[in-house]
Design a binder for this molecule. Structure first.
Ligand SMILES: [Zn+2]
Length: 248
């Protein structure tokens, strides 16, 4: 179930599920300037029946601001209501529940192929043999939904977007875990990773998609998927400290 926004008076910004995103519904932006019990109505201009564009852009992470601003508002500003998110009408029908179960079963089927690269990417992530907490961490990283200097600067929490380690470049997530010169000693111990990347990635999702392709190639070579399991366990071990320090 997810909230359908009317006037926003019944929906807590930080707690309730109200974002129209397939992967997650709750807000993950840090929002230090918004009280814990603030309602979505505080983000809506009740006179013009429109989102408060500046407030949203100043407080939310970029990808989340886009998601919020894409939510349509009614000029009548009716009461908020809970809806079933798997049908266009918002009404629960048994057929949609069967489709949901079938979709989950398909996602868990490792032998199925998918011509959609974007869908393959997310499926590859959800199939990794890592704890769900790590999947969520990687998903946030791929969406730049992390407390990097670039995001902190955007939200007016920091007064610069520069990396505080090298002070040479803006610190997005790719820079924080891959591009910063201070990481050379770390990555030099994982030579397979650096040597496999020929074209510099544009962002972290590019980098991770590349690693998934490497994993896929390993899985095809391996008998009974043992190499893939080992690779996943290696990745799990390598990013565990990052997860422990960033995910509450
Ligand atoms: Zn740096």
């Amino acid at each position: 179930m997810v909230w359908r926004i009317g006037n926003g008076a019944s929906i807590r910004i930080k707690e309730n599920k109200w974002l129209l995103d397939q992967c997650y519904r709750t807000v993950i932006s840090p929002l230090p300037n918004i009280p814990p019990d603030a309602k979505v109505s505080s983000l809506i201009n009740s006179t013009s029946c429109a989102w408060k564009f500046d407030v949203i852009h100043q407080n939310f992470l970029l990808h989340e601001a886009k998601i919020i601003l894409s939510i349509p508002l009614s000029f009548r500003l009716p009461s908020d209501c809970l809806i079933w998110s798997k049908t266009p009408s918002g009404l629960f029908i048994a057929q949609s529940a069967y489709k949901l179960l079938a979709c989950d079963a398909s996602t868990n089927n490792t032998s199925s192929s998918n011509p959609n690269p974007q869908k393959s990417f997310w499926r590859g992530l959800w199939m990794l043999w890592i704890p769900s907490k790590m999947r969520h961490f990687v998903w946030r990283a791929c969406n730049e939904a992390m407390s990097t200097m670039v995001n902190l600067f955007r939200c007016h929490i920091a007064n610069t977007d520069r990396c505080m380690v090298c002070n040479a470049q803006p610190e997005d997530f790719l820079h924080a875990v891959w591009g910063c010169e201070a990481l050379e000693n770390v990555w030099s111990q994982l030579s397979w990773a650096r040597s496999s990347v020929v074209i510099p990635p544009g962002d972290f999702s590019n980098l991770f998609a590349h690693f998934l392709q490497v994993a896929d190639a390993l899985a095809k070579k391996a008998k009974e998927g043992e190499d893939f399991k080992v690779w996943s366990e290696d990745i799990s071990r390598d990013i565990a400290p990052l997860v422990a320090s960033d995910v509450p």
